[in-house]
Design a protein around this ligand. Structure first.
Ligand code: S3P
Length: 182
């Protein structure tokens, strides 16, 4: 397994936490696209959404993906929940490595993000409806973007990390082929 491992999925799926655990296990560097964009912009995601709008943030996501190379040291990369929405981004992700969709149920998202003020898309009332509607729209795109899917509800971080590595190993040949033909 030489390519990067990229985690995608909805807000609250645990992409950053699981990504850090995977990176520790593999002794690989870890990169979080949200953190990288915040550090490059010198502002929080909420601030970027408020002052410049979502479109500017989405451009920054694509811009960052374009700067990442499939070559070099293997990395674990966690992504913002909306990053795979653009077709261009899904293509860029597949070029970078093995894309893992962390699938989470709406109830888990609501439990984990209760009181969270850092996700502009879930701000305000009706969080349940927002999560259900966004998840419904995004599910097919996450599936399209991913090489493998791992369900995360009611599992421990280390258990999920193990499952990811096992599934990636099992599907190694197919992933290699898919990546080469892009
Ligand atoms: C977003 C998810 C967030 C962040 C931004 C937009 C989304 O990342 O990129 O608030 O569109 O789902 P997390 O998935 O890490 O919460």
């Amino acid at each position: 397994m030489r390519e990067h491992i990229i985690l995608i999925g909805f807000m609250g799926a645990g992409k950053s936490t699981i990504g850090r655990a995977l990176a520790r296990r593999l002794k690989a560097p870890f990169l979080d696209t949200d953190k990288e964009i915040e550090s490059q912009a010198g502002a929080s995601i909420s601030h970027i959404f408020e002052t410049q709008g979502e479109a500017v943030f989405r451009e920054a996501e694509t811009g960052l993906l374009k700067t990442l190379s499939a070559k070099g040291e293997k990395m674990v990369i966690s992504t913002g929940g909306g990053l795979p929405l653009r077709e261009e981004n899904r293509r860029l992700l597949k070029r970078l490595g093995q894309v893992v969709y962390l699938q989470v149920q709406p109830d888990t998202v609501l439990k984990r993000l209760k009181g969270d003020a850092t996700r502009p898309l879930l701000k305000g009332p009706d969080a349940r409806e927002k999560v259900a509607s966004l998840l419904g729209q995004r599910l097919p795109l996450y599936r399209e973007a991913a090489h493998i899917t791992v369900a995360v509800d009611n599992k421990r971080v280390e258990e999920i990390a193990e499952e990811i590595l096992g599934k990636l190993k099992d599907s190694g040949g197919a992933i290699g082929q898919a990546t080469e033909t892009i």
